[in-house]
Design a protein around this ligand. Structure first.
Ligand code: 2AM
Length: 183
């Protein structure tokens, strides 16, 4: 049986992806120790499943899309290096206006625990969009990197998607397996 690498994510409006990509380019675009996430890949991960039987992907997709429940508003927050002590990624925090985003994340997580044998992470959900990744053996010292201010934006989250991540020559490509709009 072949395997698929899966994760559930929320899609951002195109303008927001474009603003984030341009902010990341301005901030760390010239640094060889970091790799920018391509604009089309920018997303908010809700639950990372990892490798699953390919045959289960469609069923898992249905479990995910059934969790959607109406519009969710969010704003771009602070730049956030994760993990703070030994950063592997540069991210931008997503601040939610209310409980809608964290309850969506809990519903998706519970659905995947019940229906797909997912083992939940024991750290709290910290919504963020990863905009750059630290390359292989490199180290970054956030205190030595001055970032431009994160653009301000408040927007409706677009869709809830189960993605399949496919490795490729220029990095991973994300393919939607199932998607539902949130508007
Ligand atoms: P990140 O943005 O915080 O790096 C697709 O790879 C998405 O799944 C990424 O957004 C990534 O989160 C997340 N992801 C990848 N590997 C993971 C892992 N081992 N544990 C948790 N999340 C992971």
């Amino acid at each position: 049986v072949s395997a698929a690498r899966l994760f559930a994510a929320v899609d951002l409006p195109g303008e927001v992806r474009s603003e984030l990509a341009s902010w990341a380019r301005r901030g760390v675009g010239g640094r060889s120790e970091l790799r920018l996430v391509p604009e089309e890949n920018l997303h908010l991960t809700l639950v990372f499943l990892g490798w699953r039987d390919e045959e289960d992907a469609a069923r898992i997709g249905s479990l995910v899309v059934e969790c959607a429940a109406g519009p969710i508003e969010a704003s771009l927050g602070d730049a956030l290096w994760l993990a703070p002590r030994r950063p592997h990624v540069l991210t931008v925090a997503l601040d939610a206006a209310d409980e809608a985003l964290s309850s969506l994340q809990s519903r998706v997580q519970e659905a995947l625990v019940r229906g797909a044998g997912h083992e939940p992470e024991d750290r709290p959900f910290r919504p963020h969009v990863t905009v750059a990744r630290v390359r292989g053996r490199e180290r970054v010292r956030p205190s030595q990197i001055e970032l431009p201010p994160v653009p301000r934006a408040t927007f409706g989250l677009r869709a809830l998607t189960l993605y399949r991540s496919r490795p490729g020559p220029g990095g991973s490509r994300y393919e939607p397996v199932a998607r539902v709009g949130l508007a």
